[in-house]
Design a protein around this ligand. Structure first.
Ligand SMILES: NC(=O)C1=CN([C@@H]2O[C@H](COP(=O)(O)OP(=O)(O)OC[C@H]3O[C@@H](n4cnc5c(N)ncnc54)[C@H](OP(=O)(O)O)[C@@H]3O)[C@@H](O)[C@H]2O)[C@@H](O)CC1
Ligand SMILES: [K+]
Length: 498
């Protein structure tokens, strides 16, 4: 699949393997990379008068020398600006030697209206914050308002984390090679890349696979084969039964949103487990969803034994009181032989922050399958050490939390990351600000639960749910509130099942 994400180190490994396999050597890859960028500049900016090509000291600069040479050969006016000569004997030095254009110093660089800038200063090798003339070049480029085409990454954006080191170009177009890097998809990097195009430079799929990359861009193409479609002889319980715990009388809506979403996402039966005090409120709003009283663990156990739900959703609307955390732990302790998976959301996560030691102890068993859906604040409460580790990207933080809790983590945000304890992780890219609306997280929990109940493998189910949730929001469009999402899912499910 072409949806692997390669860290700069994994990309360097892929380059090494590709060169070792031959026939292309290092300068060959560089010529191929520079050629792809030059072709895209000509295609996207056919009427451009002047192209400023900014070259750094490493191989990113080497790509820049190739771009400059090729554009000049087609008759484009090229101004070549460099931060210094590439290291003697390097591929970049070879590329520079092939480029006969006079080099201008970066300190004097100021692009004029009508020109464009090709940023080949720093890419995968960015190792510290940008400063001095480079920052001035970024400021002048922004002030001129001219388009920037970034080679591999906008200089200043970390390919590992998407973070800005010091300062960064804001590109119109970023051309990267072989595969995207996490920094193209994690914010703020994602916003600074503009459109990101992946150019083929002859690194084969087998070579990428040999790097053992464990990160992916979330995309239906790789989880769709696992997407459930009901068997011809299906009955409601064979299509999966989801139980959703409701909050008290003034907080019942969250559970119903989750329940409706689970039903729309294909669960054959959905039960809302309601405290006695909330029964009337829930009964007034539920039709196809089953309603059952549950005030105590004994009530819940009686339900499990009688109705055999596959998956439970615990958290939406429950409040972050200590007893909520205690009940979550009890649910995990009694799961064996009763239900297969638990989705913990919202208050179900926050309430565990006071019982972290007990939670991690219970999770050592790895049962039941657990999906946690924290946003940034909830993540920080349950995994404070991981959240505080500034050296980790969001992708790595989610991965570390998944290992720690032996759970699938859906670390929500504009760049939601889904991570599994086995090291796989995906970054979602179809998110929309429309989802920043009350109750939208409850809907996501319901979708995850429905897919798990239909026996979709947990990591794929979580990735699918995140994608479907965003897709439903996009299809509905402006004016969306959480109540609209379950119905909007219908079309999304139909598209995936067809
Ligand atoms: N054959 C291949 O491998 C292929 C690679 N390809 C291309 O190579 C790129 C990666 O090349 P790369 O590894 O040379 O790193 P690159 O981004 O040029 O920077 C390293 C230099 O920058 C310096 N430096 C870093 N940060 C700095 C700062 N803040 N301020 C100042 N200086 C700083 C750093 O100095 P150092 O840290 O060593 O002191 C070093 O000198 C990749 O993005 C792609 O475009 C393609 O051609 C396909 C084939
Ligand atoms: K760059």
């Amino acid at each position: 699949m072409a949806f692997e994400l390669l860290t700069p180190d994994e990309m360097a490994e892929a380059d090494r393997l590709a060169i070792a396999a031959g026939p292309v050597d290092g300068i060959g890859l560089m010529r191929w990379a520079g050629g792809a960028v030059a072709a895209l500049v000509l295609k996207r900016f056919p009427a451009v008068r002047t192209v400023h090509v900014l070259c750094g000291p490493g191989n990113n600069g080497g790509d820049g020398y190739v771009v400059a040479r090729l554009l000049a050969e087609t008759g484009v006016a090229v101004r070549l600006v460099a931060t210094g000569a590439p290291r003697k004997g390097s591929d970049a030095a070879l590329a520079a030697a092939e480029c006969a254009i006079a080099v201008e110093p970066l300190a004097a660089f100021a692009p004029e209206t009508g020109s464009i800038v090709v940023d080949a200063l720093y890419g995968a090798g960015l190792s510290r914050p940008l400063d001095g003339d480079v920052v001035q070049a970024i400021t002048r480029t922004a002030a001129a308002g001219v388009p920037v085409v970034a080679v591999d990454l906008p200089s200043g954006v970390s390919g590992v984390s998407g973070e800005v080191l010091g300062n960064a170009f804001a590109a119109t177009l970023t051309v990267t090679f072989a595969r995207k890097k996490p920094g193209h998809l994690l914010y703020p990097g994602r916003a600074l890349c503009g459109e990101t195009i992946v150019a083929d430079i002859g690194v084969s799929d087998a070579t990428v696979a040999a790097t053992a990359a464990r990160s992916f861009e979330n995309d239906p193409s790789w989880w769709r084969p696992h997407f459930p479609s009901p068997a011809k002889d299906a009955h409601k319980y064979s299509r999966g039964h989801v139980g959703v715990f409701s909050g008290g009388p003034s907080a019942t809506g969250a559970a119903r949103l989750s329940a409706m979403a689970a039903a729309r996402a294909g669960a054959g039966a959905v039960t809302v487990l309601s405290p006695g005090a909330s029964l009337v409120a829930n009964a007034a709003h539920l039709t196809s969803i089953i309603l059952r009283r549950s005030d105590t663990l004994q009530d819940a156990l009686a339900f499990f034994d009688a109705r055999k739900p596959e998956v439970l959703v615990y958290g939406p609307g429950l409040g972050a009181e200590p007893e909520v955390g205690r009940f979550a732990l009890e649910l995990m302790s009694v799961a064996e032989g009763r239900f297969g998976a638990l989705v913990l959301d919202a208050d179900g996560i926050s309430s565990l922050s006071h019982r972290r030691a007990a939670f991690f102890e219970v999770r050592k068993r790895g049962q039941p399958a657990l999906v946690l859906t924290p946003h940034h604040g909830e993540f920080g409460r349950l995994f404070p050490e991981i959240a505080a580790n500034g050296s980790l990207s969001k992708l790595e933080r989610a991965r570390a939390a998944a290992r720690r809790a032996q759970a699938i983590i859906i670390y929500k945000g504009p760049d939601t990351v889904i991570a599994a304890p086995d090291g796989r992780a995906a970054i979602n890219t179809n998110g929309t600000p429309l989802l920043a609306t009350a109750g939208s997280g409850d809907v996501l929990s319901g979708i995850v639960a429905a897919l798990l109940a239909q026996r979709m493998p947990a990591f794929e189910a979580a990735c699918a749910a995140v994608w479907m949730h965003a897709e439903a929001a996009r299809r509905f469009g402006p004016g969306l509130i959480a109540e609209d999402l379950p119905l909007a899912l219908r079309e999304v499910v139909a598209g995936l099942s067809g």
